[in-house]
Design a binder for this molecule. Structure first.
Ligand code: APR
Ligand code: ZN
Length: 223
């Protein structure tokens, strides 16, 4: 089973911003204000504006050749796709069972009762929860200081992977940043696919834009 961890670099060429590259989201927004529970409590409208803009951007974007290559690989081999990304470009490229460990722009969550539903394109904190009616609607994404989702499934996947691939991620945010070390500890070969080395310890690496290097890597595997 091939375990693929993806980050913002996978969707960069689809026009969705990365976080820490030059001009990245965290150079233009204060993550404390828009990506923490404290920020949401202080100014829910600002947080919804931030995610409404990202949701509109993602809705107008298209999967790139790297998304399509991963879907092609998953159709031919056992592949576990774990993404830190909140966009749905992998699903729109035909990938299945994508594990969004940082949640999804397409999801809405009630901060009061925990109800989840599919998010409209534009959300407001005043939207009443369909379950309890509270005006406590938030994006169903994982903020700093919150627990990512799917960690048990991820641990199980890392334990039985025959190859670990980190694609388009800077390896700066835990627990995702620690997965490569978990794979190494399990004796699993590790590969980095990125624009440039992230500094993580990988057995092998291929570097360049994802839309170029990922299709080539998949073609090599399926040859
Ligand atoms: N092709 C391949 N890799 C790319 C490309 C590209 N065209 N463009 C950028 N990259 C790489 C960068 O080299 C970098 O390693 O994508 C990575 C982007 O790093 P970050 O912006 O830190 O994004 P990511 O690693 O996904 O961030 C992890 O941090 O803020 C949180 O929740 C957020 O999920 C995010 C997490
Ligand atoms: Zn509710």
């Amino acid at each position: 089973m091939i375990f693929v961890l993806t980050g913002a670099g996978l969707s960069a060429e689809s026009g969705l911003g990365t976080f820490r590259d030059a001009g990245g989201l965290w150079s233009r927004y204060d993550l404390e204000e828009v990506a923490t529970p404290r920020g949401f409590a202080a100014n829910p409208h600002l947080v919804h504006d931030f995610y409404n803009a990202r949701r509109a951007n993602a809705a107008g974007a298209a999967p790139n050749a790297a998304h399509h290559a991963l879907a092609r690989l998953q159709a031919a081999r056992e592949v576990m796709l774990v993404t830190q990304n909140v966009d749905d470009l992998l699903e729109r490229a035909g990938a299945r069972d994508v594990l969004h460990m940082h949640g999804r722009l397409g999801g809405a969550l009630c901060a009061d009762c925990g109800a989840r539903w599919e998010a409209p394109l534009v959300m407001s904190p005043d939207d009443p929860c369909p379950e309890c009616g509270a005006a406590a609607t938030r994006p169903d994404v994982v903020w700093f200081g919150e627990m990512p989702t799917g960690l048990d499934e991820i641990d199980a996947g890392l334990a039985r992977a025959t190859l670990f691939v980190a694609l388009g991620t800077s390896g700066t945010v835990y627990p995702a940043a620690g997965f490569v070390e978990m794979a190494r500890a399990a004796g699993t070969p590790t590969l980095e696919l990125n624009l440039e080395p992230s500094g993580g310890r990988f057995d092998d690496g291929r570097y360049g834009p994802a839309s170029e290097i990922v299709p080539g890597w998949v073609d090599g595997l399926l040859a």
